[in-house]
Design a protein around this ligand. Structure first.
Ligand SMILES: [Fe+2]
Ligand SMILES: [Fe+2]
Length: 164
């Protein structure tokens, strides 16, 4: 079995962000395999509780660090807009009962928006972050700490439609 190099400090922000993306992507795959409405609702809640803290921590820590380092403002603006669009789709899903005929289509739409955004984030924005010489380990610590706070906060929030 291949061994991972042992980092001298915590993981850098980009690897934390990438791991989040992988975990959320896997939840969408779980949704596609869900057996019934209750299972779908459970997975959508997990998606919501992962996606919202992830996006907000990016908006508070990752994207401002890029902007402060003088990175491409258009790419950062576009990332904010894609987050806003995904949150609107998620709100619409959370306001819909999982046995509604539009439910699966809305979740697939969110999955497509997520995958498109991740592709751009992991190419353009990751490259900008590396080129700008951001201190990614220090940012990773801040990102992980803030995300953990937000996970607690979002887990305590009500989740829209409770039907099903
Ligand atoms: Fe992300
Ligand atoms: Fe993002």
């Amino acid at each position: 079995m291949a061994t991972q190099p042992i980092p001298s400090a915590g993981p850098d922000m980009l690897s934390i962000v990438h791991d989040d993306h992988q975990r959320i992507d896997a939840l969408f795959a779980d949704f596609a395999a869900a057996a019934d409405a209750a299972g779908k609702l459970r997975i959508v809640r997990k998606i919501s509780e992962s996606l919202l803290p992830h996006a907000q921590a990016e908006e508070e820590i990752f994207y401002p660090a890029l902007a402060e380092a003088g990175c491409d403002g258009d790419a950062v603006d576009e990332a904010f807009e894609e987050h806003a669009a995904a949150k609107r789709t998620l709100d619409s899903i959370l306001a819909t009962a999982p046995d509604d005929p539009t439910y699966d289509m809305k979740v697939r739409m969110l999955q497509k928006e997520f995958q498109h955004h991740v592709r751009e984030e992991e190419t353009e924005l990751f490259a900008e972050a590396r080129d700008a010489g951001l201190v990614l380990v220090a940012l990773g610590e801040r990102f992980a700490a803030r995300r953990a706070e937000l996970v607690d906060e979002f887990e305590r929030r009500p989740h829209g439609a409770e039907a099903g």
